[in-house]
Design a protein around this ligand. Structure first.
Ligand code: SAH
Ligand code: SF4
Ligand code: F3S
Length: 439
């Protein structure tokens, strides 16, 4: 009997990577591999990597540092994802015990690459498919999240923002047909999922290859799939944010009242240098559409501080934008110079300490904005989808439609199942979460 094939997979980075991993796991399982929970138990060790910032990339190489012993004992290592695509064969030099390097656009070839690995081949690469028109659809998706079903609707990115590696690591934009997206949505609903998250690096630049549905129409159609109670979508790009998205949220109650719309900077001058293709005013106009919706739509964003040439005045414009928009969540990052990107040659004149200072000022201010925003929920009754339990605190945890974490008490000894929906009365608030009791 052939020895059992086992694998361990660890995922870094964004939700696209998390969902790619679900497809990779499904593909490996269909090839006869069994997933295990530790490197010790595994014959094949895979990392699905992220290179968005320097720190993310370092995490992977720290892992791969000292695997000589494990390699000698017969274990094999593979690097998948964005660091794989970015560094390519250089990975074999930096980490000599790696046998497989594949970017996300080549995962369709995983069965073939695995077969080569099994036959003893080394230095196997899947790196050449970034110009492909194909997406990585698989019938074998092994969903790891018990209550939220992810669906990739568009892969890649054509935007080439000056600081960003994604267009180089994930290739050009390619969308799936709306028919195949809806079919997957129905399949997920049949499995019992009630929440769907549509994914894309620029989810709203979705273009149906058959021209049947616009992005907003697709959103509405997914929201009308029987059994689906919540639909989220991420990440939207301001450049493609159209009014009909707000209209869809207004008219289809299952579309969650939350939009993540990364702004990156409040200064039009910096936005221009970043090649974001919009100005502060253009962005704020989209925000005004969202704020004019019939339902209150929660807003969140991403911001980069310390982009090359960002002056104290530019930074103040970003701070003013925070005060104006009143986000419910901000992901703030210090600019990190990345390989291949146009910003790499810009003079990165802002010292690390100043970047750190700006980030701290930004996050402190945002915390106060959120403290006030979250306090507005006091006394409300909110629908929460249960995600888990904090036994030590005697609390159930979940999320509101606006994607706010809610921790609450529950009167019965038997905890509600993950994925169930409850009405919760909010009795206390924090800058990042709500506290309540089930009613
Ligand atoms: N496609 C999305 C963003 C994907 S990357 C969009 O355009 O909005 C997620 C976030 O990482 C970005 O929004 C940006 O804020 C941050 N980011 C990307 N490259 C970065 C870099 N080189 N340094 C610091 N932050 C970066
Ligand atoms: Fe990166 Fe810009 Fe593409 Fe977003 S839109 S993934 S920030 S290049
Ligand atoms: Fe990271 Fe690649 Fe996602 S760089 S953020 S894993 S697209």
């Amino acid at each position: 009997m052939a020895p059992e094939k086992t694998f361990y997979l660890e995922t870094f980075g964004c939700q696209m990577n998390a969902h790619d991993s679900e497809k990779v796991i499904g593909t490996l399982q269909s090839e006869g591999y069994r997933q295990v929970n530790s490197e010790e138990e595994a014959g094949l060790i895979l990392y699905n990597t992220c290179s968005i910032r320097d720190k993310a990339e370092q995490k992977v190489f720290n892992r791969l540092n000292d695997y000589k012993k494990l390699y000698k004992s017969g274990k094999r290592f593979g690097v998948l994802g964005c660091v794989a695509q970015q560094e390519g064969e250089k990975i074999f030099e930096r980490a000599p015990y790696v046998s497989l390097v594949s970017g996300s656009a080549s995962y369709r070839k995983l069965p073939e690459m695995l077969a080569r690995l099994e036959s003893g081949e080394n230095r196997i690469t899947g790196l050449d498919d970034r110009q492909t028109d194909e997406t990585f659809e698989t019938e074998f998706t092994s969903r790891q999240n018990p209550y939220r079903g992810y669906i990739t609707i568009i892969e890649g990115c054509d935007k080439f923002c000056a600081y960003c590696v994604v267009p180089y690591t994930r290739g050009k934009e390619r969308s799936r047909t709306s028919d195949s997206v809806l079919e997957e949505a129905r399949r997920i609903a049949d499995l019992g999922y009630t929440e769907i998250q549509l994914l894309g690096q620029n989810v709203n630049s979705y273009k149906d290859p058959e021209g049947k549905l616009s992005f907003a129409e697709l959103l509405a159609a997914v929201g009308q799939v029987p059994g689906i109670r919540r639909v989220r979508f991420t990440t939207s790009h301001p450049r493609h944010f159209t009014k009909d998205i707000v209209e869809a949220i207004d008219s289809v109650p299952t579309l969650c009242d939350h939009v993540h719309l990364p702004v990156q900077s409040g200064s039009s001058r910096v936005l221009k240098a970043m090649a974001r293709e919009y100005t502060r005013d253009w962005y704020l106009e989209r925000i005004s559409w969202i704020k004019a919706a019939k339902r209150r739509i929660s807003l969140s964003t991403d911001i980069i501080v310390g982009f090359p040439g960002e002056t104290p005045e530019d930074f103040i414009e970003t701070m003013d934008l925070l005060a104006e928009v009143q986000y419910d969540g901000v992901f703030g990052f210090k600019y990190s110079a990345r390989p291949n990107t146009p910003a790499l040659v810009m003079i990165d004149s802002i010292p690390e300490s100043e970047k750190a200072h700006r980030l701290q000022v930004l996050l402190d201010r945002q915390r106060e904005i959120q403290r006030a925003n979250y306090a507005n929920h006091l006394g409300e009754v909110i629908e929460v989808m249960v995600e888990g339990q904090n036994v030590a605190r005697g609390q159930i945890s979940g999320r509101s439609s606006q994607n706010k974490p809610v921790n609450f008490t529950w009167p019965n000894p038997i905890a509600p199942a993950p994925g169930s929906y409850l009405q919760v009365k909010i009795t206390a608030t924090h800058p990042n979460s709500l506290v309540g009791e089930a009613v």
